[in-house]
Structures are given as C-alpha cells and as structure tokens.
Write a protein that binds this ligand. Structure first.
Ligand code: F0G
Length: 326
C-alpha cells in the first residue's frame, strides 16, 4: 500500500530526501450509505477513517508530523490529547524509534485509547485538569526545546489531514455538495478547508461541535476552548452544534442501519444531518474514530446480553425464535 505521504508527495512539505515514517495510513474506504441516506433524503457517503492504523484519522497528520520532526532533528515528541492523538503519536514515535510523552485529562479518556497508548510505549501522564490545561502545559514544555509538539497546532498535522479531501474527491470523481465533520479543537476543520482551497473547490464544509463542550459524553471532542477557533472562523466552515441525545441517537442508528460502529464523537456529523437534512444533496460525512476505542460508552447504550443456560429450549425461548421453542 502506498503511504499518503508518497501518494501526495508533491502537495506535502516533503523533499525527495525526506525519510517517511509510515504505518500504512490513508486510502480509507468511502462507503455509500444508501439506507441511512434514504432516511435523511440525501445521497450519503461515509469516509471511514477508523481504517487508519491506530483507528482514527489522526494518523494522516501524524505520519507527516513525526516524519518532519525526525527530519528537523527532534529527539522526542509531546502532545496533549483526549485520546486519539495520543495513540497516534505513540504509534508513530515507536515506529520512528523516539519516545512520546502524552498528557491526558485525568478520567476523561476512553479506555481503548488509553490502553492503546500505554501498549505503544508512550509515557502517559494524567493531568489533574482539562484538555485545555494539558495543551497549555504541552506547548510550554515543547517551547523548552526537548520535545516536538505533535498536536494539530503543528502545521504538518494539518498538511497530512488535508489529504482526506483529496481522496474523497478522487473517489467520487467530483466534489460532493457538502462535507460534514466533527469539531473538537478545530484542527481537522482547518485541514479540510485547506484541502478544499488547494483544489479550488467551493463545496460547503459543515463542522459539528457538542452543544455542551465541557461535559459531552463524546470525550474525543470534550474541549472547552478550541485551539483553532479563530482559524475555523476564517474558513468558510459553517459551525453547527448538537446535543448528546442527538449524538447518541445518530451513533446507534449508524451502527444498526449501516453496520458501522464508531466512537460517539464521530456521529456528531450524522446528528447534525438528522436535525437539518440538506434534502437532495450529495453529502460526505467523515467518521473519525472506531467504536472499539470507547467500549464503555457502547456498553452504556447498547442492549444488555441475556444470560441463559446452554440448553436449546431455553435459548430458543430467550432469543424469541418463532417456531424453534418446543
Ligand atoms: N473525532 C475524533 C475521533 C477525535 O479524536 C477528534 C479530536 C475529533 C473528531 C475532533 O477533531 O479536534 O481536529 O476538531 N481529538 C483530539 C485528540 C482532540 O486529542 O485526540 P478536531
């Protein structure tokens, strides 16, 4: 598989001499979602970013950020994270053979992401504070020169993430009418805006945040003060907010109707489409992270399994199989 850094080399800040750090990111599926699309009255396509190596879209930016960090002589990387950036930074740092230091808001990171980051050998520090406080600390430490900051404030992250737009437009052979993505810190919104502007496209970009940014169950986007808020305001992106109830409903519906299990934050875009459907439009909604990253959230919202003896009659009765019970 061609890494996205090779595929889009001429549109990225890389030279012929750059040694790319890759785990096979990019080239994720663009899935047509006819049943959900019909319910919403739109031609719906889903960019399935959980197919990236660490299960989220972060890998698109991290391959470029860690590649450039190495090229510029960095000895280590640092990030603050609600979980996915952490796992991605840990993976690419391991691949590059340098240490990763990860700052996470204590008690606010989904279990799968934390397990992933620990397994990948990062040094994980749980900060007594919010994501915003962890990010401030990461920036301050990075400024001391020991670590390269690989949060999306690192411009190479944005460069890598813009490639999702290139892939979508290539795959559809034309731009969709509307791109829809979740909005946490806003890095991905600025990345999509950059991709659109580099292709000279005027497609609409809708960026969806949680109404209650401080407490949302979608911990990936639990960010009170988005670092890219000013940059997002300079893009043409339309910012929309959705409640946790709307996120959960869209999240469950995506799983049951299309067979795709994502993490709650990734359903924010679908929640916005359900609330205000652009009837008749061709829409690409980016699903940013895998559902297995937040198994606790799934366990809280999906039906409980039923306990039953290993007996055909008991099972037939419990499963309510018509005609199978004797
Ligand atoms: N979706 C997922 C799965 C995320 O992990 C994030 C952000 C977003 C959407 C929002 O993207 O911040 O570019 O607006 N996760 C960051 C992290 C904050 O630390 O993993 P954004």
């Amino acid at each position: 598989m061609t890494p996205l850094a090779e595929r889009y080399r001429e549109r990225l800040p890389l030279t012929a001499a750059t040694r790319v750090v890759s785990l096979g990111e990019g080239a994720t599926p663009l899935l047509h979602a006819p049943r959900l699309g019909e319910r919403l009255g739109i031609d719906l396509w889903l960019k399935w970013e959980p197919s990236n190596p660490t299960g989220s879209y972060k890998d698109r930016g991290m391959t470029i950020a860690v590649t450039k960090a190495l090229e510029e002589g960095a000895q280590a990387v640092i990030c603050a994270s609600t979980g996915n950036t952490a796992a991605s930074a840990a993976a690419y740092a391991a691949r590059a053979g340098i240490p990763a230091l990860v700052l996470q808001p204590e008690g606010a990171v989904a279990g799968g992401k934390l397990a992933q980051t620990r397994m990948l050998g990062a040094r994980v520090l749980e900060i007594r504070g919010s994501f915003d406080q962890a990010l401030d600390a990461a920036r301050e430490l990075a400024a001391r020169g020991t670590h390269a900051l690989v949060n999306s404030l690192n411009p190479y992250r944005i460069e890598g993430q813009k490639t999702a737009v290139f892939e979508i437009v290539e795959e559809l052979d034309a731009p969709p009418d509307i791109f829809v993505i979740p909005y946490g810190g806003g890095g991905n919104t600025t990345a999509y805006a950059m991709g659109l502007s580099e292709l000279g496209l005027g497609a609409e970009l809708v960026s969806v945040e949680a109404t209650d940014r401080v407490r949302t169950l979608a911990t990936a986007i639990r960010i009170a003060a988005p670092a890219h808020a000013a940059a997002v305001a300079r893009t043409r992106a339309r910012v929309v907010s959705v409640s946790d109830e709307q996120i959960v409903a869209a999240w469950l519906e995506l799983a049951r109707v299309e067979g795709l299990f994502c993490e709650p934050s990734s359903a924010a875009g679908l929640a916005a489409l359900a609330a205000d459907s652009p009837v008749g439009a061709r829409v690409v909604c980016t699903i940013t992270g895998h559902g297995l990253k937040d198994a606790e959230a799934a366990a809280r919202h999906a039906p409980e399994p039923v306990r039953v003896e290993a007996d055909a009659d008991a099972i037939a009765a419990a499963a309510r199989i018509p005609g199978a019970a004797r």
